[in-house]
Design a protein around this ligand. Sequence first.
Ligand SMILES: O=C(O)C[C@@](O)(CF)CCOP(=O)(O)OP(=O)(O)O
Length: 333
Amino acid sequence: MKNGVKTLKATAKAHTNIALIKYWGKRDESLILPMNSSLSVTLDTFYTVTTVEFDEKLTEDVFFLNGEKADHTDTERVSNYLRAIRKFAKKHLFAVVRSENHVPTAAGFASSASGYAALAAAATKAIGLNLHPQELSQFARLGSGSACRSIYGGFVEWQKGVKEDGSDSFAVPILHEDDFPIAVLSVMVATNRKKVLSRAGMKRTVETSPFYQGWLDTVEHDLSELKHALELRDFTLLGEIAERNALKMHATTLGANPPFYYWQSATMEVMEAVQNIRSQGIEAYFTMDAGPNVKVLCLPEDEQKVYDQLKQIPSVKKIFTCHPGPGVTFLPT
Ligand SMILES: O=C(O)C[C@@](O)(CF)CCOP(=O)(O)OP(=O)(O)O
């Protein structure tokens, strides 16, 4: 309340996540419904804080990103996203949205996951909706698929669902962030190529790659095996499945038309270094998303040794050490 008037304002904080079983391919582009279920770990290091304030005096949405007024494209994207929330809340109000991304762009994490999770949480709260996390996950999904997983902390499964309206496609928590301490080293390599964005990349793969069916035939088995590894706290099994699943995802792009790939020579150097580290008896596994950067999974007690060896690679620019982190939280506005 401000001067007795109910303020329509809220601030939310959401963290990035890294998929261990990848979301790769949509069955519905507008509702952002996936072909397969996926599983990620929300990370502690990188996050987005977003404040949304609805105000009846506004005649359009205004968006500030990292303190700067956003360009028309980014503002349009946020405004289109708020449309679904206005419709659901039956309130025709515009808002001022302020987002601070604590996700170094160079960190190789798509800030869309933390960005849309924080926006979904702040906007729905500000407009007066107190959503169940499951509903919030569905709103975050409408912004970006992987964002639906960042509503929860720790290890999170995005259940693909089967319904056409997407009402059964949302994330569920699997394991709390404190219950399975692992380390995720985000290894940034030099990059000089414009990447195929994940949305375009998965669309082209689904539509043209003969390898995509092989992905679909095996990904749900990978998921159940990884959930079993989490139950057992079996890091070896987790790492082996995550690495195998990432390689399969990337293999599908080679069969697309036109073919494309996300790796650069530096990516391969890191992958080979990880295999070399494993040959020394230190458990380390890699996974990659839609970009050349590599995330290396290892046990906390090994993270310094793994870090030191990866840092020796000339094409490695920076390494960020992450651990399982929290789900979305609301901050005082
Ligand atoms: O994170 C994963 O599961 C795997 C990926 O990162 C592999 F690149 C895809 C993330 O896709 P996203 O950016 O969420 O796409 P959107 O729904 O089209 O916005």
